[in-house]
Design a protein around this ligand. Sequence first.
Ligand code: COA
Length: 161
Amino acid sequence: MNKIAVYPGTFDPVTYGHLDVVERIASLYDKVYVSVAHSKQKKPLFSVSERVEMLKCSVKKFKNVEIEDFNGLVVDYAARKSARVVVRGLRMISDFEYEFQMALTNRKLNPDIETVFMMPNESYSYISSRLIKEAAYMGADLSAFVPENVQKKLKEKCSDE
Ligand code: COA
């Protein structure tokens, strides 16, 4: 049986914290779908295709990782991919309450799918896409937080606006 996992998120943009989680999942599962939620209600800075492209460029070295986008319920998407596991990264205890609610709601929606939590390396546990975007607008050096391709896209985007 192939072990398939879905790692969903908005990834606006992908950070070293997300990539650390991807690496951990890729070593545990046969196939990993890193899945970009459209998340229209969050008004992302980057379009779905930009977020997908940044991820594709950042995960090239993992042969069992595929990037896709999805709209609608994550449990429906996971079922379509024949995945029984949805992985979420847990950075700090402050993430927990929301993640707990989401995991239990997803379990109610589809009891066949389990949520697995994974902790990124502690050196990434404070990285937040929201703060990175804020720092990008102020012209900060983002090399500690996001890969080079993402730094470039952030620079372009923030000088556009
Ligand atoms: N407005 C704008 N941006 C917001 C926001 C809001 N109200 N709330 C959160 N964000 C941003 C933050 O910048 C945050 O990034 P950061 O914590 O790195 O700064 C980012 O969105 C992540 O938010 P979070 O909700 O923790 O995770 P996510 O967006 O990466 O993933 C999904 C959430 C996509 C997995 C989840 O929304 C989902 O499964 N959606 C599909 C629909 C579905 O199935 N819903 C039912 C779930 S029970």
